[in-house]
Design a protein around this ligand. Structure first.
Ligand code: SAM
Length: 364
């Protein structure tokens, strides 16, 4: 599967879009804000660029795109004001794959400019925003042109589904029943992708430049552990039920695998060390409840149902991939079944996503 051609979050502003169903990812950006703040403060300890170039990789579309940018720019503003300086000119690059809904992003640029003015007092002329379509598993920017790179909930997507997954019948990702060769294939794909990512970013960052990356990850050293695979195992249950009823072709099911890998902190540390261009300043693990509305105001009665919220979250992320493989005829039925399966499991156990955040600086 050519991931760069088919992977994207559900675009537009509709009820099932990423725009309407990305509260969980927003919570993760907020959760990791202290790490971003520390990285930006450190950036200004080492060096004082007259203008600042920052990039958000895997920016998607919807409220989180500019939410992340505003958090970064507001942090720069705070750090510089403390030192008695004004906000410099900032160039922001928003990167995602070719299928990303860049139009929806740029329609919200005026709102971002207003929020920027409210937050920092700076006018639109202090922050220039550019879209950069392409895969972050390749070069995106000229050499040594960036000061700071941010990426949240994007790097767990691989460049390819690993080769040799024929033995993964009935599963769509690693599962407790997966054979060791399959776990190895996924891990090797992660190693080669992440190491390529580091090499490209190292070429693009200036010396002393830094990155804060958050992966959907795991605490355990077992890549098939429930903490990272369960959400997809339950989607496989819904798909397999439909196979059993003749609604999905078994061969289609057996040939579908997710281009996804949720690394442990040790695996991230190991790749950064092997690649050698960066020093790790922080490596942290956090967690969020599967249900983004857990402990929050629910906009409707439907949102009080955790199964409903999680099914919509996963649908906004996985629908384009599923449609490209199975066609769009199965989608409503799959997610209606998935909602019930997830609601049942959530009523019986604590379900959380684990986040791995790494903050690092390019070595001299
Ligand atoms: C779950 S969204 C996260 C979006 C946003 N950062 C947030 O926190 O809400 C993951 C994004 O990563 C993008 N992505 C995945 N692989 C990518 C790649 N190789 N290059 C660029 N973007 C990629 C996807 O298209 C998707 O928009």
């Amino acid at each position: 599967m050519e991931v760069a051609q088919v992977l994207c979050m559900k675009g537009g502003n509709g009820d099932t879009s990423y725009t309407q169903n990305s509260l969980l990812q927003k919570k993760v950006i907020s959760l990791t804000k202290p790490i971003t703040q520390e990285a930006i403060s450190n950036l200004y300890c080492n060096n004082f660029p007259a203008s600042l170039c920052i990039a958000d990789l895997g920016c998607s579309s919807g409220p989180n795109t500019f939410f992340a940018v505003l958090e970064i720019v507001a942090t720069v503003d705070k750090v510089l004001k403390k030192m008695g300086h004004q906000l410099p000119e900032i160039q922001v690059f928003l990167n995602d794959l070719l299928g990303n809904d860049f139009n929806t992003i740029f329609k919200s640029l005026p709102k971002f400019q207003k929020d920027l003015e409210k937050t920092t007092g700076a006018g639109a002329e202090s922050c220039f925003v550019t879209g950069v379509p392409g895969s972050f598993y390749g070069r995106l920017f000229p050499s040594e042109s960036l000061h700071f790179i941010h990426s949240s909930y994007s790097l767990h997507w691989l460049s390819h589904v690993p080769q040799g997954l024929e033995s993964n019948k009935g599963n769509i990702y690693m599962a407790s029943s997966s054979p060791p060769c399959l776990l190895k294939a996924y891990y090797e794909q992660f190693q080669s992708d992440f190491s390529l990512f580091l090499r490209c970013r190292s070429a693009e960052l200036q010396e002393g430049g830094s990155m804060v990356l958050t992966f959907l990850g795991r605490r355990s050293e077992d890549p098939s552990s429930k903490e990272c695979c369960y959400i997809w195992e339950l989607l496989a249950v819904a798909l397999n039920d439909m196979v059993a009823e003749g609604l999905i072709d078994e061969e289609k099911m057996d040939s579908f695998n997710l281009p996804h890998y949720t690394p442990s902190p040790t695996e991230v540390k190991c790749e950064v060390g092997k690649e050698g261009s960066f020093t790790i300043n922080r490596l942290e693990v956090s967690q969020v409840n599967w249900n983004a509305y857990h402990g929050e105001f629910c906009p409707s009665d439907a949102h009080k149902d955790g199964g409903y919220n999680v099914a919509k979250l996963v649908r906004a992320v996985a629908e384009p991939l599923l449609v490209s493989h199975f066609g769009d005829g199965i989608i409503e039925e799959v997610f209606s079944r998935y909602q019930k399966i997830v609601a049942d499991r959530m009523s019986r156990e604590t379900t959380e996503f684990v986040n791995v955040t790494v903050s690092m600086t390019k070595r001299g």
